[in-house]
Design a protein around this ligand. Structure first.
Ligand SMILES: [Zn+2]
Length: 242
């Protein structure tokens, strides 16, 4: 199909616009930060799991401290009760008194022992609480970084979508300047995943790579430079380099 020099200019610009549109679409569908975001999501999952186990460790130690305190409390109550019995002394033989004294001393030893254990567990609890605070801070950091990255990806996508709309509008304007048949051919090739049209720099389709026979190529070289062709293989609009 023979087109005018102005139409040739429009077609060349359309080819450039279509390439720009494909690049924008590619970036829109494959955000540059998608990999980094996936890494942050994985990191978030890992830190969240660490937080869960750190919180569990704290809970376990708190329960141990509570249990020890209760046991100590029971022992202290026994000491009080037996000390009162001892002080009252009512109906007690001297042997009973000795037994009570021994028992009170035994409870005292038990309390000392339990308190030492409790102190150790409390130290462990302090360490576990510090670890939990630290992991909570990391989790907050990762969460914030993930949100910021999601927002920036979204923002970039919005920008790209706006640019794509501009490209599409300009392409529509250019298409209006071209013959209908040529536009249909262009759009058909785009629909097949091709570039629509391509400039021939040699005897190969620049859209699909298909070789153009020597005879056809020779014929093309003899034709008007503004003559357009259809690739036999991919049906893209072809135009010789001016
Ligand atoms: Zn082709």
């Amino acid at each position: 199909m023979l087109i005018t020099a102005d139409q040739r200019q429009s077609l060349e610009t359309l080819i450039e616009l279509a390439a720009r549109g494909r690049a924008l679409r590619h970036e829109h569908d494959n955000p540059k930060d998608a990999g980094a975001l996936a890494e942050l999501v994985a990191k978030h999952k890992e830190v969240a799991a660490r937080k869960t186990s750190a919180a569990e460790a704290v809970e376990t130690l708190r329960a141990q401290v509570a249990e020890l305190s209760e046991t100590i409390e029971k022992q202290n109550r026994l000491i009080e009760k037996k000390t009162a019995e001892l002080n009252a002394g009512t109906g007690l033989t001297s042997r009973d008194l000795v037994t009570l004294q021994d028992e009170i001393a035994g409870h005292g030893d038990r309390v000392a022992e339990l308190e030492e254990t409790e102190l150790g567990v409390m130290e462990e609890l302090e360490t576990a609480e510090a670890a939990l605070t630290e992991v909570e801070a990391s989790l907050a950091e990762v969460t914030a970084a993930g949100r910021a990255m999601q927002a920036s990806i979204k923002e970039r996508k919005t920008e790209l979508a706006a640019e794509l709309r501009e490209v599409e509008e300009s392409a529509q304007t250019l298409k209006a300047e071209l013959p209908d048949g040529l536009v249909r051919q262009f759009e058909h090739n785009v629909g097949q995943g091709g570039p629509g049209a391509a400039i021939l720099t040699g005897p190969n389709c620049q859209a699909c790579g298909q070789e153009i026979s020597g005879m056809t190529w020779k014929g093309m070289l003899g034709n008007d430079v503004n003559e357009t062709y259809e690739c036999e293989e991919c049906e893209a609009v072809l135009l010789r380099r001016g």
